[in-house]
Design a protein around this ligand. Structure first.
Ligand SMILES: [Zn+2]
Length: 133
């Protein structure tokens, strides 16, 4: 079984991700899911390119495909990246406002040079945002 719907690419190589399954012929001994149900089948995310997999606990996976997708897609670094981009945008906005506020009090070429830097910063931020899955 392979499912790529809603799966983020591999966090290590950006390869295509899939959901794999393991089916047991009888329930695992001494192991149940959190709700007490027997472990007969598990789901886990893995990369088709570098083969990294996201297994979980003794059962080796998750009780549902949806749980495996959610686990595979969980990226703690993304929240930091989003916060950093937001901060960079705010600094860029403030810088542009200051450049515009001093317009006419400095050489025109200085204003244009500084606005070119703001434009480059905005382009870099947009490129990073565009690269998000
Ligand atoms: Zn990979």
């Amino acid at each position: 079984m392979t499912t790529t719907d809603a799966l983020l690419p591999c966090p290590f190589c950006n390869g295509e991700a899939h959901i794999g399954t393991v089916t047991y012929s009888r329930p695992l001994e001494d192991v149940t899911w959190d709700d007490g149900s027997p472990v007969l089948k598990t789901y886990y995310g893995h990369c088709a390119v570098c083969a990294v997999g996201h297994r979980n606990g003794i059962a080796g996976g998750y009780p549902t495909e949806q749980a495996a997708i959610a686990a595979w897609n969980r990226r703690t670094g993304q929240a930091y990246a989003d916060a950093l981009l937001e901060a960079l945008e705010a600094v860029t906005d403030d810088l542009e406002a200051e450049i515009e506020a001093r317009r006419g009090t400095v050489l025109a070429r200085t204003t244009e040079r500084d606005l070119a830097s703001v434009k480059a910063a905005r382009a870099a931020i947009a490129a990073v945002k565009g690269g998000k899955p």
